[in-house]
Design a protein around this ligand. Structure first.
Ligand code: CUA
Length: 330
């Protein structure tokens, strides 16, 4: 089937047609059921319409059209036809309601021993926190989620300012983050790899640039990542990096950003302790490269107009050193 092979080729890191978690697979099943039921109905309706048009035209063109069949003979046929259609539609709807009900139930279920992650949406970035057994075991990061393969995860969703929506199409459906309310989404990833999440509710100027990365990795790699997140940043070694840190801590940077193990303790912006471990910066707006970091620090409003990150007046030398310092945050 052309359609099936076309759908089979829809692979990618941000598509609901390439499910990589139990929840996304269930949603995909509903989608396919709806496509098949509605597709068959559509083809049948159009087919009968064409047939009726063709028949009417043939009749009107016939030289001696026989008189229309009397009411007595046509009515039972018409009634049977209508009853058949109604039965078909009801059966299709019952099928869709059943599939949707079953999937809804399965989406609400959480497997045993889930990884608990708290995601807080801000205009326009994602704060990500992993609870530990003790507060000192808690991990804070931004714009990235790491999940162990095959283990259920529950993501607690909150918002600080306006309504956002958490959506990783390959893993699960959309769930809104609403100020003053806590929502949850369950995910059980079944395929290792990188996926892209995106805010799916218009939340202001930079809604489109409010993305995040999800890394599904082996349980060992996840544990290694998690324990690395618990360590502080190593003190910068070279003079440029040390100067960069001094600039970072004395200018506005440290007021908003935290670097664990240093005096930078701001919490209004992303935690930068392990910044270089992230694939992208500025909530997916730029790749994580030296050039992009320089562009972002030099002119945040040029990259994301409206962002709450202000432009900090730095000389070219200071900018270079700050970026060199940021590159030590591994
Ligand atoms: Cu946050 Cu759209």
């Amino acid at each position: 089937m052309v359609l099936a092979s076309g759908m089979g080729s829809c692979r990618g890191l941000q598509t609901m047609l390439d499910p990589a978690a139990d929840q996304a697979r269930d949603i995909d099943a509903v989608w396919r059921a709806m496509l098949v039921v509605c597709g068959v109905m559509y083809v049948l309706v159009l087919g009968f319409l064409m047939w009726a048009l063709w028949r009417a035209r043939r009749r009107s063109l016939a030289p001696e059209a026989p008189p229309m069949v009397g009411h007595s003979a046509a009515e039972p046929r018409l009634e049977r036809g209508l009853a058949g259609w109604a039965a078909l539609i009801v059966a299709g709807l019952i099928g869709l309601v059943t599939v949707s009900f079953l999937v809804d139930r399965s989406l609400a279920e959480v497997g045993p021993d889930p990884v608990k992650v708290k995601v807080t949406a801000h205009q326009w970035w994602w704060q990500v926190e992993y609870q530990g057994l003790t507060p000192s075991q808690a991990v804070t990061t931004a714009n990235e989620l790491h999940l162990p393969l095959g283990r259920p995860a529950v993501v607690e969703l909150q918002a600080r300012d306006v309504i956002h929506s958490f959506w990783v199409p390959n893993l699960a459906g959309k769930v809104d983050l609403i100020p003053g309310r806590t929502n949850y989404v369950a995910l059980t990833p079944r395929r290792q790899g990188s996926f892209r999440g995106q805010c799916a509710e218009f939340c202001g100027l930079q809604h489109a640039k409010m993305a995040f990365d999800v890394e599904v990795e082996s349980p060992q790699a996840f544990d290694a990542w998690r324990s690395r997140q618990l360590t502080g940043a190593p003190p910068p070694a070279g003079p440029a990096e040390q100067h960069g840190q001094a600039v970072f801590n004395t200018k506005a940077c440290a007021l908003c950003h935290r670097v664990q193990g240093t005096e930078a303790g701001g919490t209004t912006g992303p935690d930068l302790t392990h910044l270089m471990g992230r694939r992208r910066i500025a909530a997916g707006a730029l790749p994580n490269s030296r050039g992009a970091l320089q562009a972002w620090v030099a002119d945040p409003q040029g990259v994301k107009p409206g962002t709450t990150m202000p432009r900090v007046a730095l000389t070219a030398g200071e900018l270079n050193d700050v970026v060199s310092y940021l590159e030590t945050l591994r």
